[in-house]
Design a protein around this ligand. Structure first.
Ligand code: FES
Length: 116
């Protein structure tokens, strides 16, 4: 069986430095965020507050050392590492492990959550 746990989603050239881009991976819309130092994070693109696929268009920033994205609609903050909403303990979006290899961005399909 081939190891399908890491999915090749795009080139590092497709990333937006200091911002976000969206990528359709199988049946899931992912938001990929790139910090100024080159770290890449992946969250669901789905914003549970506005119920729209918009998180990739949010502004990224730093709240007391936590890298966050602000939803572009209602401005809630989400932690880029965990997907935890910092404004509402009960709300999270999924976060996905990402790694870069040979200028390709790979996303870990944990527990085969994505039907690719
Ligand atoms: S590191 Fe993001 S919520 Fe704790």
């Amino acid at each position: 069986m081939p190891n399908k746990s890491w999915i090749d989603i795009c080139s590092t050239e497709d990333l937006e430095p200091n911002g976000g881009v969206s990528a359709l991976v199988g049946d899931v819309q992912i938001a990929l965020f790139t910090l100024a130092d080159g770290q890449v994070f992946a969250l669901d693109n789905y914003d549970p507050f506005s119920r729209a696929m918009v998180l990739s268009r949010g502004i990224i920033g730093d709240i007391k050392g936590t890298a966050i994205v602000a939803s572009p609609i209602y401005k809630q903050y989400f932690c880029l590492k965990t997907g935890q909403c910092l404004d509402d303990q009960d709300v999270m979006v999924r976060s996905w492990p990402v790694k870069i290899e040979n200028q390709r961005v790979l996303l870990k399909n944990e527990q085969q959550k994505i039907a690719a």
